[in-house]
Design a protein around this ligand. Structure first.
Ligand code: ZN
Length: 159
C-alpha cells in the first residue's frame, strides 16, 4: 500500500505547490472567510454564482498547512463550473469520507441519500488518508465549510 500512499502524497504536494484557482474576485462576487484555530489555517473563498445557479467562477485566498491549502485547491477545481446543488452534494460526499472514523462528527448521518454519494471525488481521494489523523480533519474540511458558508450567505441574500 506504500505505492498508493506515495501517489496520494504526490497529489497533495502538487496542489500545495501549484494551487488551482488561486487569487481573488472583486465584488459583486461573494467573499467568505474560514479559520481553523487548531492549526492556524485561513481560507478565503471568492465565489460568483450566475442566475442559472452555476458557480461561474471561484478563487481561493488565505494561507496555512499543506493539507488545508491543497484541499482548498482540490475543492476549487472540483466545484467550479458546477451547479450549487452539485457543489453541496460533493461537499456532503467529501465530509462523509472525512468522517468515516468519527461517527459522532457533524453532518455524518444527515440525510439518507447514500445512493447519490457515488460522486467522482477524483484527486480528493488523496485526502482519504487524513482521517487517520483526526487533528488534521479540520484542516481538510476548512475550505469546504467556508464554501458552504458562502453558498448559504448567497442563498440567504437572494431569498
Ligand atoms: Zn492545517
Amino acid at each position: 500500500m506504500a505505492g498508493l500512499e506515495d501517489l496520494y502524497r504526490e497529489i497533495i504536494l502538487d496542489h500545495y505547490r501549484s494551487p488551482r484557482n488561486r487569487g481573488e474576485l472583486l465584488p459583486p462576487a461573494h467573499r467568505a472567510e474560514g479559520f481553523n484555530p487548531l492549526c492556524g489555517d485561513e481560507i478565503v473563498v471568492y465565489i460568483d454564482v450566475d442566475e442559472s445557479g452555476t458557480i461561474a467562477d471561484l478563487k481561493i485566498g488565505g494561507q496555512g498547512c499543506s493539507i488545508s491549502q491543497s484541499s482548498a485547491s482540490m475543492m476549487s477545481a472540483a466545484v467550479k463550473g458546477h451547479t450549487v446543488e452539485e457543489a453541496r452534494e460533493l461537499t456532503r460526499a467529501f465530509k462523509q469520507m472525512m468522517s468515516i472514523h468519527e461517527s459522532g462528527l457533524e453532518g455524518a448521518d444527515e440525510g439518507d441519500d447514500d445512493a447519490t454519494i457515488e460522486l467522482e471525488l477524483g484527486d480528493l481521494e488523496a485526502l482519504r488518508g487524513v482521517v487517520k489523523f483526526p487533528v488534521r480533519i479540520k484542516c481538510a474540511t476548512l475550505s469546504w465549510n467556508t464554501l458552504t458558508q458562502a453558498l448559504d450567505e448567497i442563498a440567504a441574500a437572494g431569498a
